[in-house]
Design a protein around this ligand. Sequence first.
Ligand code: ATP
Ligand code: MG
Ligand code: MG
Ligand code: MG
Length: 479
Amino acid sequence: MTAAEIRKQFLDFFASKGHTIVPSAPIVLKNDPTLIFTNAGMNQFKDYFLGNKVPAHKRVADTQKCLRVSGKHNDLEEVGIDTYHHTMFEMLGNWSFGDYFKKEAIEWSWELLTAVYKIPVDRIYVTVFEGDASENLAKDQEAYELWKQFVAEDRILMGNKKDNFWEMGDTGPCGPCSEIHVDCRTDAERAAVPGASLVNADHPQVIEIWNNVFMQFNRLKDRSLESLPAKHVDTGMGLERLVRVLQGKQSNYDTDLFQLTIRATEKYCTKKYGQSEKTDIAFRVISDHIRAICFTIADGQLPSNTGAGYVIRRILRRAVRYYFSFLDVQKPLLHELVPVLADQFKDVFPELQQQVDFVKKIVFEEENSFLRTLESGIRRMDEVMGNTTSKVIDGKTAFELYDTFGFPYDLTTLIASENGFTVDKKSYDVALQEQKDRSRAATALDLDDWVVLEEGNTKFIGYEQLTSPATVQKYRKIK
Ligand code: ATP
Ligand code: MG
Ligand code: MG
Ligand code: MG
């Protein structure tokens, strides 16, 4: 079964249970002061749960483009190293706004996974909220009883508040959740180690695929809970993980969702996927990051030096550095993958195909300009790491790498950690703040702000100005 068929089966299944299929919200959020990127399917429905808006339909389902690289959910460090955390991923979800509750949600998730997708019953584990006496929260006995109809009791595991109780924020809707995990280990591995203890214990082949949240309480300012008059269901299942399970792969990257861009990347380098762990990580990171970059730009967020734009620039530069350092590619490569993705997703997210030339051009310009300083930045890092015995890169150097060579802080820490170094964040922050103060002072003095000066009169004050084609010719006058 292809990923497209698997996605369609999910939506068809919930349509058959009376759900209206709605489009994904944009990955970039412009009107939410609390969140810059969509990080879960429920984000676009927040106002229904808060009671600020009345939903047009009480049952909906969709596939939502999500990005988890900042704030509460930041999976960036995992990406490419493990095989199931992505920056951008699709979250399949079904919702009940004050309509059905635990019984239907649990029955349907079981029916979909075992009768439609045919995942073997003895490979599935579920988790249930165990309760928390300090918060006066009871065990979710109702969910336990419902699961017991389907799952042997030794595969129903109790989970704590951190994993199995969901809250929107300090106040507002909240409730227990039940996760579904699939054990993809080989038969031999399963025979050697008893399975249940592995759930949530970071075994790379036992993975969480689906979370069912049951919103039944409202958290008040004094931390007390009241029962919600209308109870809601909010579920999220990672498509890439589901596809990996159904296609019988050991890694999300071996599914058809990532193979096209991995094969395309191979055409531009002399390496092949599967040759070594080091180059494989690079292939995985590139095929992951290009999705985040493309869909975010297609949703209207250009790379820039602040906010959401800087998050995208950071991801893009990280991907460039991976092909530069590990795949021996010195020329822009990412933009070549844009049409591959656009074609692959044209039926589900046509917005990329509709702007394919534009997105390709932006990506090309970004990677091209970063490649101009990347090599000297890496050389500078090697020099610093070679000259110190402390295994710490000082903040001043990290700032210089950022300011002069365009290295986002997390790229510097990544390269540092690959070499057994850490970065002094405190002194980096001080240097960054000093620059902000300097530029504020300079702006106060110089009302002309950007002026083109003759050579000799100018001083290069950072990589930042080289990134945008419109400002390439401009240098800031330093008094
Ligand atoms: P994990 O514990 O693996 O980080 P999570 O508990 O943070 O996942 P949820 O917030 O419960 O994830 O999201 C619902 C589902 O979305 C998960 O069960 C998983 O299938 C998927 N998912 C979450 N984060 C990612 C990610 N970074 N990449 C791919 N899929 C993800
Ligand atoms: Mg997580
Ligand atoms: Mg989890
Ligand atoms: Mg979860």
